[in-house]
Write a protein that binds this ligand. Structure first.
Ligand code: R5P
Length: 273
C-alpha cells in the first residue's frame, strides 16, 4: 500500500461513492481571462464548498483560494502555449513536484496531445511527471487534449489517448465524453473523469453529458464552463453532484435549478466577451 498516494486519491474521490465532482478553473493558463472567469476568486469562492476537488494552476491557487478550504486541489502543472498560437501542443512541465508538495495538493495534472505536432514531447513530459509523482506519492492525471484538439472527439481517438496515458503511468485520466464512451472506459485501466468542453446549449445538455458519462463508467466529472458560465453556477454544481453522487436522473437534477430569471439577476455582469 502506498498510503500517501491512496490518501491523496481518497481526498478527491470521497470513499462514500468513490466518485468525484471536480470543478475545472484552470482555463486561464492558455485562454487568459475567459468569460465568467475574469476574476477567479469571485468565481471560485461560492462554488468551492460543493466541489470534491478544484483544478487550478499554482498562480490561481495562491491568489484566489482560501488555504482553509477543505476542497482537494488538482494542480495543473503543464503550459507554455496560448490561444494566440495555431499549435497548442507545445507544452512543458511548468511547476516542480517540490512546489506541488509544498502547496499540499492532492494530484498534479498535465495535458497530453496524442496525434499532434508535439505528441512525443507531451508524452515524455507525462513520463517525467509520473516518475517524480511516484517518488513523491503524488497521483498524476493526464488530460487528453484541449482547445482545437477537441475536434478529435471520437471514441477511437480518445481510447488511444487514454490508454497510452495509463500505460505511461497516469493514475487518473481526464477526457471528453463521446459516442461510444464505454469503449474508452473499457480500454483504460485507471479511473476516467470527463470534462464538459465549451458551454453547451442548455444546462440540461450538460447534466445529460454527466449522467451518460457516469452510466458508461466515468468515475466523475471535471467540469468548468458548463458550471461557471451558467446563469446559476452554484445550483448547477449541486445538480451535478446529485447526478454523480446520488444517482439522480437528469430530470431530478434539473428540478434542483432555480428559475433562470431570478438566477441571472443575482449574477454580477461579466466584463469580457
Ligand atoms: C482546460 O483548460 C482544462 O483541461 C479544463 O480543465 C477542462 O477542459 C475542463 O473544463 P471544461 O469543462 O470547461 O471543458
Amino acid at each position: 500500500m502506498d498510503w500517501g498516494m491512496d490518501n491523496r486519491v481518497a481526498r478527491m474521490f470521497p470513499p462514500a461513492t468513490g466518485r468525484s465532482v471536480m470543478l475545472a478553473v484552470d482555463h486561464g493558463y492558455f485562454m487568459g481571462p475567459t468569460r465568467h472567469l475574469e476574476d477567479p476568486k469571485a468565481t471560485i469562492a461560492p462554488l468551492l464548498p460543493y466541489a470534491d476537488a478544484v483544478a487550478v494552476t499554482r498562480g490561481v491557487l495562491r491568489t484566489s483560494i482560501d488555504p482553509a478550504s477543505r476542497t482537494a486541489i488538482l494542480l495543473r502543472v503543464s503550459g507554455g502555449a496560448t490561444i494566440l498560437k495555431e499549435d497548442l501542443s507545445d507544452e512543458a512541465i511548468t511547476t516542480s513536484m517540490r512546489d506541488a508538495l509544498r502547496l499540499n495538493v492532492s494530484a498534479v495534472a498535465l495535458s497530453v496531445f496524442v496525434g499532434s505536432p508535439h505528441e512525443h514531447q507531451s508524452l515524455t513530459n507525462l513520463a517525467t511527471l509520473v516518475n517524480a509523482g511516484e517518488d513523491a506519492g503524488m497521483p498524476v492525471m493526464a488530460i487528453t487534449a484541449v482547445g482545437k484538439e477537441l475536434e478529435k472527439r471520437d471514441a477511437r481517438y480518445l481510447a488511444l489517448a487514454c490508454r497510452v496515458s495509463a500505460e505511461i503511468g497516469a493514475r487518473l485520466v481526464k477526457t471528453y465524453y463521446c459516442e461510444g464512451f464505454s469503449k474508452v472506459v473499457e480500454g483504460c485501466p485507471v479511473p476516467i473523469v470527463v470534462a464538459g468542453g465549451p458551454k453547451l446549449d442548455s444546462e440540461e445538455a450538460a447534466l445529460e453529458l454527466a449522467r451518460n458519462a457516469i452510466d458508461e463508467g466515468a468515475k466523475g466529472i471535471d467540469m468548468g464552463r458548463n458550471i461557471w458560465q451558467s446563469p446559476r453556477p452554484v445550483a448547477m454544481l449541486k445538480a451535478l453532484r446529485a447526478i454523480v453522487h446520488d444517482g439522480a436522473s437528469v430530470r431530478d437534477a434539473l428540478a434542483l435549478l432555480p428559475p433562470e430569471k431570478a438566477a441571472s439577476k443575482a449574477r454580477a455582469p461579466s466584463v469580457a466577451a
